[in-house]
Design a protein around this ligand. Structure first.
Ligand code: ADP
Ligand code: MG
Length: 428
């Protein structure tokens, strides 16, 4: 199987080989042909399997083959849940369209909207966006979705997790009803199927490597440890192993900051990436991590979702997530593009119930190892840590829609939505 045999045009093949890809990944091989045929497609494959190119390449092929000169309305819209993902997808669109007469732009919250608006005014074919900023700019009249021919919902599962369902519905109302719809997701849940049913017309469904197969090839280990000794243990593991590139997950932003500070005091270069960090700080942290100047990146689930960090050798769960699926997403960061990786979880007594839930989901027992001097506390309570996950997720959502400052409560979301509606009505 080659990219050429999939029917992609020469300028795209040139960009693909410049990028260094030799063969399409399984999900690309399955998704590209039906997308090229103009069908609605629902595609699911785990993180790191090349889904971005799976929709970007055929989308660019279609747009360039049916090009509209001079006047450039937005003809393709890609929605992603986070700023980082939007930036990454945009980066891909730019690379793949290098030899095409296609213009693209990206918009997301947390940064000044002016340059984004100016860019759109110049006329673009492809817009990559997070829902909040997109709806904001649309309601200000800064952009129109009335000429969208292809709509892509990327990381659809996380979109739902982050509470974007209503925003997605709003966006759909702004586009012509006759269009091609593509939905890409790492997981394939009941909710995803339901959403697909409401967005897609007579879709072709493609799937590659069920999630659990990936889980089986990643070496996983649990260190049972007293909560109070976790920081010392993680520093010991990283130092003793002389690990150069480690992604660490914490449950909270506060926890991420605290751990980052301790790492730095221990002489390990580290940076935190989470929703309270400015866009600039997040981009800088990620760039430092990729280039090797930052050894440890400490992240929360939402911030890390979908980050393109190739060939990551070590992932450490400083705390287990209380949502078992998040564990699978986290460890999916190792062994990208076929390389093997190691995922280590530090588990204190209050996380045992999360561990059981995870083992049930992945349908396997994870090996437990206790390191001398870091034994679990026999008297610690096994009462689970309070999740507080909903609050986090709402925060993630607010981050992306950005423009209005206050509050993370459901109430303020609701008010905000209401004011958005009102504005839209008055614009009509
Ligand atoms: P996903 O959206 O499925 O999580 P991405 O689209 O972010 O995955 O791709 C993951 C990584 O794989 C990226 O670094 C990308 O450049 C690389 N990649 C994608 N397609 C191919 C390919 N056909 N051959 C080699 N590497 C690829
Ligand atoms: Mg992706």
């Amino acid at each position: 199987m080659s990219f050429k045999s999939l029917g992609l045009s020469e300028p795209l093949l040139k960009a693909i080989s410049k990028k260094g890809y030799e063969t399409p990944s399984p999900i690309q091989a399955k998704a590209i042909p039906p997308v090229l045929e103009g069908k609605d497609v629902l595609a699911s494959a785990q993180t790191g399997t090349g889904k971005t190119a799976g929709f970007t390449l055929p989308m660019l092929h279609f747009l360039s083959e049916n090009s509209k000169e001079k006047y450039r309305p937005i003809r393709a819209l890609v929605l992603t849940p986070t700023r980082e993902l939007a930036a990454q997808v945009f980066e891909n669109v730019k690379e793949y369209s290098e030899f095409l007469n296609i213009r693209s732009a990206v918009i997301f919250g947390g940064v000044n909207q002016k340059p984004q608006v100016a860019k759109i005014r110049q006329g673009i074919d492809v817009l990559v966006a997070t829902p909040g900023r997109l709806l904001d700019l649309e309601s200000q009249g800064a952009l129109s979705l009335k000429h969208v021919e292809i709509f892509v919902l990327d990381e659809a599962d996380r979109m739902l997790d982050m509470g974007f369902l209503r925003d997605i519905e709003r966006v759909m109302k702004l586009m012509p009803s006759k269009r091609q719809n593509l939905m890409f997701s790492a997981t394939f849940s009941k909710d995803i199927k339901k959403l697909a049913y409401s967005i897609l017309n007579n879709p072709v469904q493609v799937e590659a490597t069920p999630e659990n197969t990936a889980v089986e090839i990643i070496a996983q280990k649990v260190h049972r440890v007293a909560k109070a000794k976790k920081t010392d243990l993680i520093i010991k593991l990283i130092s003793d192993g002389n690990w150069k590139q480690v992604l660490v997950f914490t449950r909270t932003k506060h926890g991420a900051n605290r751990l980052t500070k301790k790492m730095i005091s221990a002489g390990i270069t580290a940076a935190a990436i989470h929703g309270n960090k400015s866009q600039g700080a997040r981009t800088k942290a990620l760039a430092g991590f990729k280039s090797g100047s930052v050894r440890v990146l400490v992240a929360t689930d939402i911030a890390a979702r979908g980050l393109d960090i190739p060939l990551l050798p070590h992932v450490i769960n400083f705390e287990l997530p209380n949502i078992s699926e998040d564990y699978v997403h986290r460890i999916g960061r190792t062994g990208r593009a076929g390389a093997s990786g190691e995922a280590i979880s530090l588990v204190s007594a209050d996380e045992i119930s999360y561990l059981r839930g995870i083992e049930k989901l992945i349908d396997m027992k994870i090996d437990v190892e206790i390191i001398e001097g870091f034994e679990p506390d026999p008297n610690a309570s096994t009462e689970p840590i309070k999740p507080g996950q909903n609050r986090n997720r709402n925060q993630g959502r607010n981050r992306n829609s950005n423009s209005r400052s206050s509050g993370n409560s459901t109430n303020s979301n609701r008010n905000r939505n209401r004011s958005r509606n009102r504005r839209r009505t008055s614009n009509n």
